[in-house]
Design a protein around this ligand. Structure first.
Ligand SMILES: *Cc1c(COP(=O)(O)O)cnc(C)c1O
Length: 384
């Protein structure tokens, strides 16, 4: 049906009407006093969302631009780094790091399994000369629905070395606690089209004092993504280049909505939706791709047997106007992924699961017990 699409993908995520209307305003000058006030409000609210006193900088990029900024500002060619790689986005970190000449050592896990914190610990302990400059980790691995154990990996890093912790929190910020100050995470990258409830186009990077010290000696060339420029401007409630003014109107509205809901309530909602979705998949005999003890709060990946993942996706899209994500790289056709990130309510989860049941019935999937998925999800949601 025209104009009725429901996004259940892990970005772009649904956008509240309040945000869309805020973005429809005429732009104002980005050097005006009125816009400075908006930047000041955004900066304060971003620190709230990031649970940090560190700088949180806004870049006109997608999430990958924020990741790239997180590498090039704090490291130098030849620097030895440990990169966690258990999916598409871990792999992206490897590619970015190699592009800029870093000496990358990958810590791998099979796609669908979490990274092993002990693997980092072993490598760090063996590195008595302390030449490892950074650990680079994807927190919520969107390609598989796996949540890596950031706290445990961080403990290994902190116990042994002065290495920077550089984190992709693109699908964990705003869904899962990312305790930047408590854990001492040095660089945390994210993007607007995920947990922020606004369209794509803004990247965010938080930077610790320790990372700024590393900045002083880092030699990778940079210009547009030179974060010192952004820090200097942000400290003056300004921006170094023309920012996406209308997107920032949207961000102003979405952060106000998030503050009104409260951080704990937001995390609890994402947890509830994850639990409901996973319970429904189990009740429908659809195998979950990520284990219960390492499940992302933003995305549930499902590896159906006896029914094609891509057929499920196309039926969901054509008959029910619900967009789900497919598998990436070697998982193409093997899994489908349900995004429940950002502006998602209980009704969205029930609609998606109800439509999925109808799709499975239509495709003749033998494992389906009609109503079981909705009942399981409703049971979880009823617990509040
Ligand atoms: C979406 C996403 C990114 C950023 O991708 P862009 O397309 O550049 O916004 C990075 N990491 C993860 C884990 C993501 O889900």
């Amino acid at each position: 049906m025209d104009n009725k699409q429901m996004l259940m993908i892990p970005g772009p995520t649904p956008v509240p009407e309040k945000v869309l209307l805020a973005m429809a305003k005429h732009p104002i000058g980005h050097r005006s006093g009125d816009f400075s006030k908006i930047i000041a409000e955004l900066t304060a609210n971003l620190k709230w969302l990031h649970q940090t006193q560190n700088d949180v900088l806004m870049l006109t990029t997608s999430g990958t631009g924020a990741m790239e900024a997180g590498i090039i500002n704090f490291l130098s060619p030849g620097d030895r780094v440990l990169v966690g790689n258990n999916g598409k986005f871990g792999d992206r970190w490897v590619k970015v790091a190699k592009t800029f000449g870093l000496a990358v050592e990958e810590v791998k896990a099979e796609w669908g399994k979490p990274l092993d914190p002990n693997a980092f610990k072993t490598l760090l302990e063996a590195n008595t000369a302390k030449t490892i400059k950074a650990l680079i980790i994807t927190h919520s691995e969107t390609s598989t629905g796996v949540l890596n154990d950031l706290a445990a990996i961080n403990t290994a890093a902190k116990a042994h070395s002065g290495a920077l912790m550089i984190v992709d929190a693109v699908t964990s910020l705003g869904a899962t606690p990312v305790a930047i100050d408590e854990l001492g995470l040095d660089v945390v990258a994210s993007g607007s089209q995920k947990g922020y409830m606004i369209p794509p186009g803004l990247g965010f990077v938080s930077v610790s004092r320790k990372a700024w010290q590393a900045y002083e000696t880092a030699t990778i060339p940079r210009f547009y993504l030179d974060l010192k420029k952004y820090k200097k401007s942000t400290d003056e409630d300004s921006s170094p280049f023309t920012p996406p003014i209308n997107l920032m109107y949207g961000l102003q509205a979405s952060l106000q909505m998030m503050k009104a809901e409260g951080l704990e309530a937001i995390f609890a909602r994402h947890q509830r939706h994850t639990n409901a979705t996973r319970a429904a998949m189990k009740a429908l005999n659809l195998p979950l791709f990520a284990p219960d003890n390492a499940a992302s709060n933003a995305i549930t990946a499902v590896a159906p047997l006896g029914v094609e993942a891509e057929k499920i996706r196309s039926t969901m899209r054509k008959k029910f106007d619900i967009a789900m994500a497919g598998g990436q790289d070697h998982l193409k056709g093997k899994i489908f992924r349900i995004g429940h990130l950002g502006f998602v309510c209980d009704r969205d989860i029930l609609s998606c699961i109800g439509a999925l049941e109808a799709t499975l019935i239509e495709l003749g999937y033998e494992g389906v017990n009609p109503g079981a998925g909705v009942a399981a999800a409703a049971g979880v949601l009823a617990q509040g």
